[in-house]
Structures are given as structure tokens and as C-alpha cells.
Write a protein that binds this ligand. Structure first.
Ligand code: BV8
Ligand code: ZN
Length: 245
């Protein structure tokens, strides 16, 4: 596989990045639609949903406890590290929005980071409005809130739940501001483009005149939305594409 030339990020151009489960695959974490999107023979969309949690909170906590254990043992790969390095170089001309909840971008040093779908390592109460709290515990049975007795749940955006509007607003404002300043590149990596509203970001970027670039192991459903496609492993391609090799 030949590696790409570095992106043109000179003359004040900004970089907006969207990542998905594929960038963590080389850290040993399974993607959503790789293994047929099933977990214990349940479609992930059913387990990662309020309905699934209401139906069987113990099963949902088994799912997230297993993923917490997996992610806790994982290390950032060269793709995560390349994104942290380009952030150091670009400063406020860089923003990373991730669909991932595994914490690996933060572990690699990314700080201008939006975790659009929440975090595996935070828990919140489904019964009261106590603030979400850091939690890396694995649970057999569903834990209860010591303040209200309600069911605790992972602080994650499930299918059918809205993302934090402030997060979407930050992405939109960054892209509008970047387009007005020196223009920007929109880079997506390791995502099948199948989950909304994250999947809509590339169209929004293109409508603002961004150059849209994709790094993915296989052509995704929204390949037509991209100007440029580099097929292969993000751990190899991102360091070359970002010039942080
Ligand atoms: C919402 C937390 C309003 C859970 C996740 C419009 C049209 C159609 C449907 C909808 C729509 N708007 C809303 C919906 C419904 C739904 C949705 O999009 N459904 C899909 C399945 C059709 N969206 C929602 O419900 C969202 N909420 O819009 O609120 C609303 C409210 C009520 C009713 C309707 C709307 C909430 C979405 C967030 C769900 N939570 N995560 C958890 O993690 O446990 S999403 C989940 O999927 C993960 O975050 C994951 O990251 C994400 C997306 O998947 P990908 O990251 O892309 O991962 P995937 O496995 O699919 O692909 C990996 C890719 O990597 C592959 O292409 C592979 O080839 C590639 N790859 C593999 N290895 C490598 C690699 N690439 C490079 N290098 C490698 N080494
Ligand atoms: Zn509570």
C-alpha cells in the first residue's frame, strides 16, 4: 500500500476531524459493524438504547462492563498519536469530534476533542440529575444511585437519544469560522458513515467549501460525499497524511 502525500494545511487552513470505531481497531477494540454488529446475539442498536436498558439493565451493564474492561486494557495506536501531534501543530485551527467512547484519543494527548457519544468511563443516574461521574467499574448487576435509589447508567448517547446540542453547535461554529478565515479540510477516519447526525458532518463541511477526505478500511455508505478517499488502515495512513510520521 503506497502512503499518501501530506494534506495541504498551509496558509491558515484549519482541520476538522471526525473519527469512528475504525481508528481504535488497531488498538484491539472491535468495531460496531465488523462482527456483524452483534453482541451476545443481540443487535448492538438494541443493547445501546433506552429500550434495551429498560428491558434488561443487567444485560446492558454486562455489555458496557465488558467494553470498559477491553478499553481499559487498550493503548492508543499510531493513528490516535498522529491526531494528537497535528493538534499541537495547528492549535486552534484544529478540532476533533469522535463517535468513540473508548477514551483513546484523550489517552493519546488530544485535548481539542469532542466525545459526541459520551464516554465508557463515566456513569450517570437515570433517576436524578446528579452530575455524571468518573467510573471504570465493571458491574454484574445494575448499580443503584446512592442519592435517589434510581438505576445508574453509562453516560453514553444511545440510539434514539439526542446528542448534546452544544457539541453539535461547537462543530458547526468551528467549521463556519474556519471557512470564513482560511478555509478548512474535513477529514473522516474509521467510520462507516452509517450513524446520524455524525454522518451528516461531511455534507455540512462540503457545503462550506471544505476539501473532504476519508481514511477507511473499506468504502463506506457515504463515499460519494468525499473528494478524496484513502483506503487502508488509519494507523498507517494518518501519520503520512498528517505529516506527523
Ligand atoms: C439522534 C454510543 C435524534 C453507543 C453510538 C437519520 C437517518 C437514519 C437514522 C437516523 C437519523 N437520525 C437519527 C437516526 C437514528 C440513529 C442512527 O443513526 N441509526 C443508524 C444505525 C441508522 N441515530 C441516533 O439515534 C442518534 N440520535 O439522532 O437523536 C433522534 C432522537 C430520537 C429518534 C430519532 C432521532 C444517536 C446516535 C449515537 C448512538 N450511539 N455510540 C456505544 O458506543 O455503545 S453510535 C456507535 O456507532 C458508536 O459510537 C460508533 O462509533 C458509531 C458509528 O459507527 P462507526 O464509528 O462508524 O463504526 P462502524 O463499526 O460502523 O464502522 C467502522 C469503520 O471503520 C468501518 O467502515 C471499517 O471499514 C473501518 N475500519 C475498521 N478498521 C479500520 C477501519 N478504518 C481504518 N483503519 C482501520 N484499522
Ligand atoms: Zn439518582
Amino acid at each position: 500500500m503506497s502512503l499518501p502525500e501530506p494534506l495541504d494545511l498551509g496558509a491558515g487552513r484549519a482541520l476538522m476531524v471526525l473519527t469512528g470505531a475504525g481508528v481504535s481497531a488497531e488498538s484491539g477494540l472491535s468495531t460496531f459493524r465488523g462482527g456483524g454488529g452483534l453482541w451476545e446475539d443481540h443487535p448492538v442498536e438494541q443493547v445501546a438504547s433506552p429500550e434495551g436498558f429498560a428491558r434488561d439493565p443487567a444485560l446492558v451493564w454486562r455489555f458496557y462492563s465488558e467494553r470498559r474492561r477491553g478499553a481499559a486494557g487498550a493503548r492508543p495506536n499510531a493513528g490516535h498519536i498522529a491526531l494528537a501531534r497535528i493538534e499541537e501543530r495547528l492549535g486552534d485551527r484544529f478540532l476533533l469530534a469522535t463517535q468513540n467512547v473508548d477514551g483513546l484519543h484523550a489517552a493519546a494527548g488530544s485535548r481539542r476533542l469532542l466525545e459526541m457519544h459520551g464516554s465508557l468511563f463515566r456513569t450517570r443516574c437515570s433517576g436524578c440529575d446528579r452530575p455524571p461521574f468518573a467510573d471504570c467499574a465493571a458491574y454484574d448487576g445494575p448499580p443503584l444511585c446512592d442519592l435517589c435509589g434510581g438505576l445508574l447508567r453509562p453516560d453514553i448517547v444511545w440510539f434514539g437519544e439526542s446528542l448534546d446540542p452544544a457539541c453539535l453547535d461547537l462543530i458547526e461554529r468551528f467549521m463556519i469560522r474556519s471557512a470564513a478565515a482560511g478555509g478548512f479540510v474535513f477529514l473522516a477516519a474509521g467510520t462507516s458513515g452509517s450513524v446520524w447526525p455524525a454522518a451528516g458532518c461531511v455534507e455540512a463541511a462540503g457545503s462550506l467549501g471544505a476539501r473532504t477526505v476519508l481514511v477507511n478500511a473499506e468504502p463506506p455508505v457515504n463515499l460519494h460525499s468525499f473528494d478524496e478517499f484513502h483506503q487502508g488502515a488509519s494507523g498507517s495512513i494518518l501519520p503520512a497524511l498528517l505529516g506527523t510520521g
